[in-house]
Design a protein around this ligand. Structure first.
Ligand code: UDX
Length: 433
């Protein structure tokens, strides 16, 4: 099938390459010339395991092309909208300017029978509004939310947990077209759910709200564990054995960040208020607050470890990305903690296996190391803020002679306290004994 993908950021670029890899003829479109040039040259503009190979193979097969020319959109039967919906600068709501511009720009290139497919995360009610713009051309619109996780984007795109189509008519032609697009995954047994627009839009934000709530729940428990001498990791293991609860997304630490969870729960709460049902989603404000409090708690732990003030003290920050296997520092708790400690006058040196470049562009005033060894040299306290394998597997003996003091703070509860203590280190985690 002939597909176009409008918006070649994280979501769009991976979707375009993945669709081409299963045999579709795909045009990736973006208004950003630099991004398109890099993608067309087979160079990933972000770090994502497996994406570079997928991109190169799809380009080499001739199934994938990138362009900034909107005229190239004419002739595709299915047009995916994969542009960003960032948080608005003046409120918690989602900024829909890019979605609106993408659809408006697409209208002249649509032919009757074409299908426009929204993948971006949008406030409920957006799909219907866009459908009203699209249907006068004779084209149709469906909403097909994306659930991919950074670090697993390729796998999640090719073998998703589920596929959701939000359509105007339950058995309309849209379903048949989308079934043909996703034939490979569907043959593999991926569950497929057909809903109305509002449900499809809500599935995405409800899933993210649930995940965020789960993380904030365990982080709230970590606060209580700290107050009572209990251990939140053992608690998570024990409650996680209950299959109704499950162990995943119960890792307490410095909290969630990234380009999705924080902005999505804020936009969802804001949308609830617009709908006159703010009360129903008020708990998401609390989820957000608990999450942000973890960053403050971590800064306080560092202050405590240094006996009060951090001014002039040498601190090693291990991790800058919002999670491992990513170079993304959007709303990253790690980068936030490094920035706050720097703001308090500390001598902070930060290191991340992949995210130093992005972090430096976001916070040019911070000091970055090119290696873990350089970051920990003469550190009075070492703080792990992103649980990369390089840090998890770090031997406490390997850096003992480099640091000034053997003090480690585990902002992701990812180290083995016994191992570090046995090697003579003072270990502190969030909610750990
Ligand atoms: C998320 C959703 O998982 C995905 O389905 C959606 O499409 C986009 O948003 P992503 O932002 O890539 O994906 O990362 P995710 O793996 O969900 O992690 C989000 C944040 O939560 C990270 O900062 C991570 O460190 C944190 N987290 C996750 C915890 O603090 N504890 C956990 O137990 C799990």
């Amino acid at each position: 099938m002939k597909l176009s993908v409008i918006g070649c950021g994280y979501l769009g670029a991976v979707h375009a390459a993945a669709m081409a890899s299963i045999g579709h003829e795909v045009i990736g479109f973006d208004v950003d010339h630099a991004k398109i040039e890099r993608l067309a040259a087979g160079e990933a503009p972000f770090y994502e395991p497996g994406f570079n190979d997928l991109l190169r193979e799809s380009l080499a097969s001739g199934n994938l092309r990138f362009t900034t020319d909107p005229a190239a959109l004419t002739g595709s039967t299915v047009h995916f909208i994969a542009v960003g919906t960032p948080q608005r600068e003046d409120s918690d709501g989602a900024d829909l300017r890019f979605v609106d511009a993408a659809v408006t720009g697409l209208l002249p290139h649509l032919a009757p029978g074409d299908l426009v497919v929204g993948k971006s995360t949008v406030p409920v009610g957006t799909a219907q509004r866009l459908a009203d713009m699209v249907t006068p051309t004779g084209a149709m619109l469906a909403w097909n939310p994306e659930f991919l996780r950074e670090g697993f984007a390729v796998q999640d795109t090719l073998q998703p947990d589920r596929i959701v189509y939000g359509t105007a008519i339950r058995d309309g032609a849209e379903v048949e077209i989308l079934d043909a697009v996703y034939a490979t995954a569907l043959k593999g047994g991926v569950p497929r759910l057909v809903t109305d627009y509002a449900t499809a839009e809500l599935v995405k934000v409800a899933a993210n709200a649930f995940l965020a709530t789960k993380i904030s729940f365990i982080n709230a428990m970590s606060e209580i564990a700290d107050a009572t001498g209990a251990d939140v990791t053992e608690l998570a293991d024990a409650i996680g054995h209950d299959v109704r609860i499950g162990r995943r997304f119960l890792n307490a630490g410095v909290g969630f960040g990234g380009g999705c969870l924080p902005k999505d729960i804020r936009a969802f709460a804001a949308r609830g208020e617009e709908l006159g049902h703010g009360r129903a989603l008020r708990f998401l404000r609390e989820v957000d607050e608990i999450n942000l409090r973890q960053r403050t708690r971590l800064v306080e732990l560092v202050e405590e470890a240094l006996g009060g003030s951090v001014a002039g003290r040498r601190i090693a920050i291990l991790g800058l990305a919002f999670k491992p296997n990513s170079d993304d520092t959007r709303d990253s708790p790690a980068l936030d903690v490094a920035t706050r400690l720097h703001g308090l006058g500390a001598d902070v040196v930060s290191y991340d296996p992949e995210a130093v470049g992005t972090a430096r562009r976001a916070r040019p005033h911070l000091v970055f190391a090119e290696s873990l060894e350089e970051a920990v040299a003469k550190a009075e306290v070492t703080v792990v803020v992103t649980e990369w394998d390089e840090f998890r597997e770090l031997s406490p003996d390997a850096i003992a002679s480099a640091v000034a003091e053997k003090k480690v703070i585990d902002g992701r509860n990812c180290l083995d306290p016994e191992r570090w203590r046995a090697a003579g280190w003072t270990y502190r985690g969030l909610g750990r004994r």
